[in-house]
Design a protein around this ligand. Structure first.
Ligand code: SAM
Length: 255
């Protein structure tokens, strides 16, 4: 997969694309991350890409022409079709389902705003997808782009060495993850649950599944509503034990 990032602060992506699991994926060629400085398409000697908003008011707006030039040039750098995405608080809220969808694409082009964001004509002309990473305001789209790239890259086959580790993550199966423990066996009076030291694989699997359901019931019951249809009979039976009323309602609604 190839990710192109258009930004006013390319240096913010430098350590990110060299570090950890993603750094190894980039080194091995599984993921390519190309970072582009919007000022390269400014079209003026000063590299100016923003201007005051029509109608007045606080902050600056990123001008449309440099963005249009940049995106067209970047899209032409590779013949594969790209999902072109503007990071913006008004976009579709990013989640694991969207990450999985994007991981199927050969390319993403991510546009990072700053200041008051982009001139509206960027959206009108390029008709990009709009993605938000949540209901809060960042200073720029770079952190949002990194969140999207990291979540998507983890789902590209081969990036995470053991695919089971991705499949057991929170949200992958519509459940939160189970708790994890490592040495030492006891910390300030808190012992590791006995079953995890039993060596009994089936009991461990079952305990982890129950704990995942328990955590989801307690912390994110909205996930149960959204994913009820996708759960196995085993998961539904555990939900019935922990949250009988909710399970009855979800079963009745035929979701
Ligand atoms: N005035 C804009 C608004 O209220 O929608 C906020 C602009 S914000 C200070 C600057 C840039 O940060 C945005 O153009 C966008 O690229 C990025 N940004 C801020 N919050 C974001 C979020 N929750 N998700 C994705 N991008 C975000």
């Amino acid at each position: 997969m190839r990710c192109d990032v258009l930004t006013l602060f390319p240096q913010l992506l430098e350590a990110f694309r060299r570090t950890g699991v993603l750094g190894r994926a980039v080194e091995s060629g599984l993921v390519e991350i190309a970072v582009h400085d919007l000022r390269d398409w400014a079209g003026n000697r000063w590299g100016q890409v923003d201007d005051e908003p029509y109608g007045g008011g606080a902050g600056m707006v990123i001008m449309a022409p440099p963005v249009l030039r940049a995106v067209r040039a970047i899209e032409a750098m590779d013949p594969r079709p790209a999902r072109t995405i503007v990071l913006t608080p008004r976009g579709r809220v990013f989640d694991q389902a969207l990450a999985a969808e994007l991981a199927q694409a050969p390319r993403m082009v991510l546009l990072c705003g700053r200041y008051e964001g982009f001139d509206e004509r960027v959206t009108a002309i390029l008709e990009p997808e709009e993605v938000s990473i949540g209901d809060f305001i960042l200073g720029g789209g770079e952190v949002a782009a990194m969140a999207v790239i990291e979540a998507v890259a983890r789902l590209v086959p081969g990036v995470v060495g053991d695919p089971a580790s991705v499949e057991e993550d929170s949200f992958f199966a519509g459940l939160l993850d189970h708790p994890s423990y490592t040495r030492p066996p006891e910390v300030e009076g808190h012992a590791v649950p006995k079953v995890l030291r039993s060596g009994h694989h089936e009991r461990i699997r079952r305990w982890r599944l129950e704990e995942a359901v328990r955590a989801t019931v307690a912390r994110r019951p909205d996930l149960l509503e959204r994913h009820w249809n996708e759960y196995t009979d085993e998961v539904r039976a555990i939900v019935r034990r922990f949250a009988p009323e909710l399970a009855a309602r979800l079963g009745r609604d035929g979701r």
